[in-house]
Write a protein that binds this ligand. Structure first.
Ligand code: P6P
Length: 348
């Protein structure tokens, strides 16, 4: 019988890489996997239990909060706040950092997460996901409340990052800096089983992923780069294929498995980009770099950016390193040109 490697066993084996590990990291990852199972169960029956539809409240992003958003957020918080592993958290759904209740012990880890990314796709049954970043606290003393300093760390300090994708099957993909591994939930036994060991981004995936409705607002270098990908003047001598789901976790998962490049550039309407640095760009960038790819904001590595705010937006481009490097070249060369507006004005 083929050896079944559960995520719990894999996490435990990963712990041996951390000589100072006290079991807290393992416990923290168990709790994230538990939250993932609970959210997966609800996502997969949402259509039946009327969890669809909106609660009518508005979150910090100015977006209508859907019931599954709230459920996923509450599940992540309640799974992580009481075990003594965490000293502070941040969530896309919470304006302020999430403090650990005074009745619970504070731990050495810091977790930032997007509890249900792509939630606008819930009602149309498109894959959605949870994304998380795990850091070690940088403030003292160990058993005190964490603070925003613990959250505003660069991706180079990550201990772990990952996502759960709720699609045709539920998968949890994570890295601790030593390769990327994917686990598929077997709902029959309630276990995540190792199905995608040592994920590596394929070269020459021949795919590009971007919302082209923003074309006229992009920097000219981005316009030129995407036009090149769609022409026959690229190295393939034929246009790249376009794939865009509009849910970051789904687009990231496809990029890890099939290659290509994903872009959410800044534009004149969103000068800082749309995606969030701390709990979207940084965790995805850590995964992509550990799978042999690259992630940039157009000028520098995502993992080198120092967050200034827990909800800070950032341009996010990731995928095959060759393509990401080419994107940066187009971006740099165009930015060195005299700045003339090439954005097509909106029709009167
Ligand atoms: P657009 C989903 O709302 C999300 O936050 C990400 O999951 C996704 O990558 C992006 O926004 C899609 O944005 O502007 O293309 O709809």
């Amino acid at each position: 019988m083929k050896k079944l490697i559960t995520i719990d066993r894999h996490i435990l084996e990963t712990q041996t890489h951390f000589p100072e590990a006290t079991g807290e990291f393992t416990g923290l990852m168990y709790q994230i996997a538990l939250a993932a199972k609970i959210v997966s169960y609800e996502v997969n029956k949402a259509g039946l239990t009327m969890l669809l539809g909106k609660t009518g409240s508005i979150n910090v992003q100015g977006e209508e909060v859907q019931k599954l958003d709230e459920f996923a957020n509450n599940t992540m918080i309640s799974s992580l706040d009481h075990m003594g592993y965490v000293c502070i958290m941040a969530s896309e759904e919470n304006t302020e950092p999430i403090m650990i209740p005074s009745r619970y012990r504070k731990g050495k880890y810091v977790v930032a997460f997007d509890p249900l990314d792509g939630s606008s796709n819930i009602d149309i049954n498109v894959s959605i996901g949870t994304i998380f970043s795990i850091f070690k606290r940088v403030t003292e003393p160990e058993d005190s409340d964490g603070n925003v300093t613990d959250l505003l760390q660069t991706g180079r300090n990550l201990v772990c990052s990952g996502y759960i994708i709720y699609g045709s099957s539920t998968m949890m993909v994570y890295t601790t800096g030593r390769g990327v591994n994917g686990f598929t939930l077997d709902p029959g036994i309630g276990e995540f089983l190792l199905t995608h060991p040592n994920m590596r981004i394929p070269d020459n995936g021949g795919l590009y992923s971007v919302n082209e409705s923003n074309y006229r607002y992009w920097p000219v270098g981005v316009q030129r780069f995407v036009s090149m990908l769609k022409s026959t003047s690229n190295e393939r001598r034929r246009p790249y294929n376009s794939r865009y789901i509009g849910a970051l976790v789904a687009d990231a998962h496809r990029t890890l498995l099939k290659g290509g490049i994903f872009m959410y550039p800044e534009d004149i309407r969103k000068p800082k980009g749309k995606l969030r640095l701390l709990y979207e760009a940084i965790p995805i960038a850590f995964l992509v770099e550990n799978a042999g790819g690259a992630a940039t904001n157009g000028r520098m590595d995502i993992l080198d950016i120092v967050p200034e705010d827990i909800h800070q937006r950032v341009p996010l481009i990731f995928g095959e390193k060759r393509l990401v490097d080419l994107y940066k070249q187009y971006y740099r060369e165009a930015s060195e040109l005299p700045q003339i507006s090439t954005q097509t004005p909106d029709p009167k």
